[in-house]
Design a protein around this ligand. Structure first.
Ligand code: PLP
Length: 400
């Protein structure tokens, strides 16, 4: 249709949002649906953070703010980077936006031109490739394997980089695989990046605090300080602070890039909600102990889900060390037929049949450029997870 911008024809609606919406619609029609499709913690936002938002309202902090964040929040972010990541930034190097998604969007749309390439590990989060395509640039997938726990190897990164590469997007722990990288894993990747001085690095650290089995978090600009001048370190409140609906995220990097991001934001949304920014100050400066409490629960759920899925006929599910996702492969299932008679030619067929026949909503791997697999979010109650995994086992048991 000529009415629609060409740029919009290059992108797809978010697949994870589409699956969650379909699951909600089926449930509203009275179907017994378990949705393991959402990328959000099932825990409520901690009370101290809610109270800070209420205080901000009562104190009349309800006006426009600086476009990319109030000074108090920027100062809290600078302190966070120093304390948790050993990174030195000035407040002028910080950009705050309406969710990590807007911050990524500003950075990519603000710098990409047609012909540019952006390297990202596959599988990767749904929105990277679409934002790149919207900007007229080309996503380039650097493949990872189940055998490597979906961690990108230096050779695969090297192979994906060309003279046209503008950015490398890195994400640990990863959505959708849960793969988490040690400092040594990251160091090996930085050696490749040091050889390619024209490549900028966007590290998406939004799952930083959701890390298990004693693994310590490492971020790229800290592991290799020589990359500091061409790295944007992104983070946010959605996952660790259970604030998905509040919409707040941030990044720090070289000032000229931050200025570009501010310019773009000034002509789109302007500042993130003033009230939410004050809640963000409390999130970063208040007590952090709920994070460890949540993680203890996430580990139990991960172990349950990995064990139950590996007992399902034809599934192979690695045990990742971060985020709240697992990413089982259905390679052995392709070509089979479901109990109700659907031929499973790809992972989209698998998740569609699973939703229709057993009422379990998960996201197909094609949405993350990682087929044939599917993503399970274990940010759900233990009872729901047990029920869902039992249904998945039954579905796989009925395949012929
Ligand atoms: N990056 C990754 C890897 C994500 O999984 C998400 C959310 O699902 C985001 C960024 C964006 O999060 P938000 O916009 O809620 O801060």
């Amino acid at each position: 249709m000529g009415f629609i911008a060409d740029s919009l024809n290059r992108i797809q609606p978010s697949a994870t949002i589409a699956v969650s919406t379909k699951a909600r619609q089926l449930a509203a029609q009275g179907r017994d649906i378990i949705s393991l499709s959402a990328g959000e913690p099932d825990f409520d936002t901690p009370q101290n953070i809610k109270d800070a938002a209420k205080r901000a309202l009562d104190e009349g902090k309800t006006k426009y703010t600086d476009v990319d964040g109030i000074p108090e929040l920027k100062a809290a972010i600078v302190a966070k980077f120093k304390r948790e990541n050993g990174l030195d930034y000035k407040t002028s190097q910080v950009s705050v936006g309406t969710g990590g998604k807007q911050v990524l969007y500003n950075a990519l749309v603000g710098t990409l031109n047609p012909g540019d390439e952006v390297v990202m590990p596959a599988p990767c989060w749904v929105s990277y490739a679409d934002i790149v395509a919207l900007a007229g640039a080309t996503p380039v997938f650097a493949e990872t394997t189940l055998e490597d726990g979906y961690r990108l190897k230096p050779e695969a990164l090297e192979k994906a980089i060309t003279p046209k590469t503008k950015w490398f997007i890195f994400n640990s722990p990863s959505n959708p695989t849960g793969a988490a990288y040690s400092a040594a894993d990251i160091k090996a990747l930085t050696e490749v990046l040091l050889r390619h001085k024209h490549v900028w690095v966007l590290t998406d650290d939004i799952y930083e605090h959701l890390l298990y089995d004693g693994l310590t978090f490492a971020t790229l600009a800290n592991v290799e300080p020589q990359l500091y001048d061409r790295t944007l370190t992104m983070n946010g409140f959605s996952k660790a602070y259970c604030m998905t609906g509040w919409r707040l995220g941030y990044a720090a990097g070289p000032e000229p890039l931050i200025n570009v991001m501010r310019k773009l934001q000034s002509q789109s949304t302007s500042n993130p909600s003033s009230i939410v920014q004050w809640a963000g100050v409390e999130a970063l400066t208040g007590p952090q102990d709920f994070i460890a409490e949540h993680n203890a629960i996430f580990v139990e759920r991960r172990d349950l889900v990995v064990s139950m899925l590996n007992q399902a006929n034809g599934l192979q599910c690695p045990k990742p060390q971060g985020a709240f996702y697992v990413y089982p492969s259905i390679k052995a299932i392709i070509g089979q037929t479901s109990g109700a008679g659907t031929k499973i030619e790809n992972d989209k067929d698998f998740v569609t049949a699973l939703l229709e026949e057993e009422g379990v909503a998960v996201v197909h791997g094609a949405a993350f450029a990682g087929s044939p697999s599917f993503r399970v979010s274990y940010a759900a109650s233990t009872a729901a997870l047990k029920d869902a995994c039992t249904r998945i086992q039954r579905f796989c048991g009925n395949l012929r």
